[in-house]
Design a protein around this ligand. Structure first.
Ligand code: UGA
Length: 437
């Protein structure tokens, strides 16, 4: 089957490469000429474990190619995916759909055969109707069905998530749409991934509801962590204890510095806007957005408290280990490290940082921060070491070396990757999230 993927960003490129790996004939399209040139040379526009090899193998096998030309790329494709960005619109937080609609127009104008047009981009409820309207308005003589097929992959685990999904959601309004999508995902049915056929609007809502629910789960456990700190509990035990209840589930209950990334912050905001438009408020999600925003700054204040308060902090130096919003990505979007660095900077604290992949993207966002070549270079002379992102490289630091390099053996672990007793034995003053000291 021939598949076209319009938009070769995170979702488009990973999905395209995985579909090719399943044996489909895939063309990834992007209007960014330099991105396509680099892809032709085997250079990935993003850091994602395993992606370069997957792309290389499928290009070599002749199943995956790249172009900037939409008309050429979609020629003969039975499924044309739209996988372009839907960033927060500046000013109001609505999802910006201009890229999606521009692609719909171009696809409508250049279709040379019957096709199913699939929105994989995260789009608010009702967008599929508008995409359909735009394509019909182009006057295309071909049969077109517009389908919603949201993507649930996580950055850093994208290929595994795509190939072994918990479920595949298809929002289709007719048999043509459903039949083509069944064919697209046939290799996955063989892996027994459940497929859920719903109507288009439900499918669009499922994506936002899923992300908002996960953001809520994280925010809930983060507030429980605060309560544990004050009341003398251990949030990891609380999470384990509630997570064993199958109705709650054990995943996404790791307390930390607040969620970030390219999805949860943008999608929760967009859901609030949709709810406002329909006069159907989602108050829980409103609270989640507020709590998470203030949590990121509160983590900066937590470090200041550990340093002995505002006065004592002025002129001190902190080492930040990890800057990206989570490990195994170079993505800095809405990372808690940005708010933490800002809060510390405002308090007159100087910062040295190390991140395995994110420093290039972080530099313009935090120009005051000294970027270092290794965790130990950042730790040299620091009054406190702060673990912001749980990269594997920080899980087994040479603690003797840390103590020898740092000015004081003070570790603030915002991801709970060390054991409080071990750290005490190792001679550290150790602060973590929601656990007794
Ligand atoms: C998220 C969803 O998990 C995916 O299912 C979805 O497809 C994607 O958004 C999207 O909409 O495209 P992603 O943003 O890549 O994926 O990252 P997650 O692994 O979900 O982490 C998001 C944030 O939550 C990170 O800042 C992470 O540190 C934080 N988090 C996650 C916690 O603080 N605690 C947890 O227990 C889990």
């Amino acid at each position: 089957m021939k598949i076209a993927m319009v938009g070769s960003g995170y979702v488009g490129l990973v999905s395209g490469a995985c579909f090719a790996d399943f044996g489909h004939d895939v063309v990834c399209i992007d209007k960014d000429q330099s991105k396509i040139d680099r892809l032709h040379q085997g250079i990935m526009p993003i850091y994602e474990p395993g992606l370069d090899a997957l792309v290389e193998n499928n290009v070599k096998a002749g199943r995956l190619s790249f172009t900037t030309d939409v008309a050429e790329g979609i020629r003969g494709a039975q499924a044309v995916f739209i996988a372009v960005g839907t960033p927060s619109r500046r000013g109001d937080g609505h999802a910006d759909l201009s890229f999606v609609y521009a692609v719909a127009e171009e696809v409508g104008a250049s279709l040379a055969n019957d096709a199913v047009v699939v929105t994989k981009s995260t789009v608010p409820v009702g967008t599929g109707d508008e995409v359909e309207r735009i394509i019909q308005a182009s006057g295309t003589p071909h049969k077109v069905s517009v389908v919603s097929n949201p993507e649930f992959l996580r950055e850093g685990a994208a290929i595994g998530d795509f190939k072994r999904p918990d479920r595949i959601v298809i929002g289709a309004e007719d048999d043509f749409g459903r039949d083509v999508m069944r064919e697209v995902y046939r290799p996955l049915f063989l892996n027994e991934s459940p497929i859920l056929f719903v109507n288009r609007r439900s499918s669009e809502l499922i994506k936002y509801a899923a992300n908002a629910f996960l953001a809520t789960k994280i925010t809930f456990i983060n507030e429980m962590a605060d309560l544990c700190e004050k009341a003398g509990g251990n949030v990891q035990d609380v999470a384990r204890g509630i997570g064993m209840d199958g109705r709650i589930g054990s995943k996404f209950l790791n307390a930390g510095p607040g969620y970030g990334g390219s999805c949860f912050p943008k999608d929760t905001l967009a859901l609030l806007k949709t709810a406002e438009d329909y006069d159907s408020p989602v108050r829980i999600v409103e609270a989640v957005v507020k709590v998470n925003d203030s949590r990121k700054r509160a983590m900066g204040r937590k470090v200041i408290d550990a340093l002995g308060g505002t006065k004592a902090s002025r002129g001190k130096k902190v080492a930040l280990l990890g800057l990206t919003f989570k490990p195994n990505t170079d993505d800095m979007r809405d990372s808690p490290s940005i708010d933490i660095a800002e809060t510390l900077g405002n308090a007159g604290v100087s910062i040295a940082a190390y991140d395995p992949e994110g420093m290039e993207q972080a530099r313009p966002l935090m120009p005051e921060v000294a970027m270092c070549d290794s965790p130990y270079a950042a730790i040299e002379g620091a009054d406190a070491v702060v673990i912001v992102t749980e990269w594997d490289a920080f899980r087994a630091l040479d603690l003797d070396r840390v103590k020898a390099l740092a000015k004081a053996p003070l570790l603030v672990d915002l991801r709970n990757i060390y054991n409080p007793d071990d750290m005490r034995t190792a001679g550290f003053t150790y602060h973590s999230v929601g656990r007794p000291r």
